[in-house]
Design a protein around this ligand. Structure first.
Ligand SMILES: NC(=O)c1ccc[n+]([C@@H]2O[C@H](COP(=O)([O-])OP(=O)(O)OC[C@H]3O[C@@H](n4cnc5c(N)ncnc54)[C@H](O)[C@@H]3O)[C@@H](O)[C@H]2O)c1
Length: 432
């Protein structure tokens, strides 16, 4: 198959690289000339484990190209993988980029093609894309397909190559056949391909993300109760997670969910519900709980420092929204760190990949190269992102480097006993 992908960000790039690895001919398009220049030079503009090697392999095989031109002529399928951020003010998914991309593609279409929306979009958007194209090019021969993406940053290639399922919303046999050809390598290996209508496919993506966010907010609320009643949220999560109907994943208490998807997708689902007069009250509550969790973390940090943090030096380990990505979008650090600075703390941060994005987003912090230099002379150490390199630190060395060794372990990667026996004078986790 000949495939064009519009938008070469986290999703577009990973999809393009993986689809070319399936044997398809893929061209990845992006408006950013800097990004395309980098990719043409073999550099990967994002941090995603394994991506660089797979990209080089498929580019060398001549199956993968990058351009700023809307190179869709002759394509069997054109994937739209542009951003759909929250619209300022109302939380609705901003579809400006999706519709602009559709209009640009319409002008350049030749022959039959399936317009595939991979971006996460509200119900009705695929029909909107069809309308934009029909209006711009009444003669165009095309169908639309909704093919939401479920990959996780940090494990994106594995998720694309070994998905739990592929969801395809289509309305014609012709489009279904093209989509079946594209995903044939996965079908042959028995990965489930779920064919549905357009509306169901669009809603599956939001429902999936809202459900996962619900699990996180649920365990975070249980964590607060654990602290009050003397229970341990890790034990509670294990005890409920072993029930196959519940499942152990997404039951880690922490500083609240962040990232490029959950915050905007829960907001968008709540908005979709309101627009259709079917309020999504669970999702609305999940959003409110997540906001309060971040505030609770700020209070915890201040409490650990005796009720005031002005003039204290705080070392923050990890600022990306999760490990193994450089993505800073909606990371809890973007709420917690400015609040600490606002309360008068001097914040030193370290993150294996977060600095490039984070420098502009976290003004007023000092960037350090490793956890020990960040902790030097500090009054509080906060574990905010559980990168592997923070999981096995020499706690005695850290404590000795600090002025007052206190630890706020917001990812529960250590425990009180270990911290106190390593000379920390105070330790607080989440829900323990
Ligand atoms: N990031 C994730 O983990 C993830 C996972 C699943 C789904 N999604 C969804 O996928 C979509 C894309 O997310 P992302 O994180 O890859 O976004 P991103 O911001 O990383 O990438 C979007 C890219 O599209 C480009 N672009 C915008 N308009 C364009 C146009 N008209 N022509 C060419 N290029 C254009 C931008 O320059 C940018 O490089 C979103 O809807 C998101 O919700 C993201």
């Amino acid at each position: 198959m000949k495939i064009a992908i519009i938008g070469t960000g986290y999703v577009g790039l990973v999809s393009g690289v993986c689809l070319s690895d399936f044997g398809h001919n893929v061209v990845c398009v992006d408006k950013s000339a800097t990004k395309i220049d980098q990719l043409n030079a073999g550099q990967v503009p994002i941090y995603e484990p394994g991506l660089e090697v797979l990209l080089a392999k498929n580019a060398a095989a001549g199956r993968l190209a990058f351009t700023t031109q809307v190179a869709v002529a002759g394509a069997d399928a054109v994937f739209i993988a542009v951003g759909t951020p929250s619209r300022r003010g109302d939380g609705h998914a901003d579809l400006t980029y999706v519709y602009a991309a559709a209009a640009e593609v319409a002008a350049a279409l030749t022959g039959y093609a399936v317009m595939v929306t991979k971006s996460t979009v509200p119900v009705g958007t695929n029909r909107g894309v069809a309308e934009v194209i029909r209006k711009a090019r009444p003669d165009a021969d095309f169908d639309v397909a909704s093919n939401p993406e479920f990959l996780r940053e940090g494990a994106a290639i594995e998720d694309f190559m070994r998905p739990d399922r592929v969801v395809v919303g289509v309305e014609t046999e012709r489009a279904k056949e093209v989509m079946a050809q594209i995903y044939r390598p996965l079908f042959l290996r028995d990965f489930p391909i779920v064919y549905t209508g357009l509306e169901s496919a669009e809603l599956i993506k939001y429902a999936a993300n809202a459900f996962l966010a619900t699990k996180i907010s649920f365990i975070n609320e249980i964590a607060a109760l654990c602290e009050r009643v003397g229970a341990d949220v890790k034990a509670v999560a294990k005890g409920i997670g072993l029930d196959g109907r519940i499942g152990a994943k997404f039951l880690h208490a922490g500083p609240g969910y962040g990232g490029s998807c959950f915050p905007k997708d829960t907001l968008a689902l709540a908005r979709i519900g309101q627009e259709h007069a079917v309020p999504q009250r669970i999702t609305e509550t999940v959003i409110a709980v997540n906001d309060s969790v971040k505030r609770r973390m700020i209070e915890k940090a201040i409490d650990l420092c005796g009720g005031g943090i002005a003039g204290s030096k705080v070392a923050v380990l990890g600022v990306t929204f999760k490990p193994n990505t450089d993505d800073m979008r909606e990371a809890p650090s973007l709420t917690i760190v400015p609040a600490l600075i606002g309360a008068g703390a001097k914040v030193h941060v370290v993150d294996p990949q977060g600095r490039r994005e984070g420098e502009a987003l976290l003004p007023g912090v000092t960037w350090e190269d490793d956890a020990y230099s960040a902790a030097s002379d500090a009054d509080l150490l906060i574990v905010l992102t559980e990168w592997n390199e923070f999981r096995a630190l020499d706690l005695v060395r850290l404590a000795q480097a600090m002025k007052t060794p206190r630890m706020a372990d917001f990812r529960n990667i250590y425990d009180r006993e270990t911290a106190l026996s390593a000379e920390f004078v105070a330790y607080d986790g989440v829900g323990r």
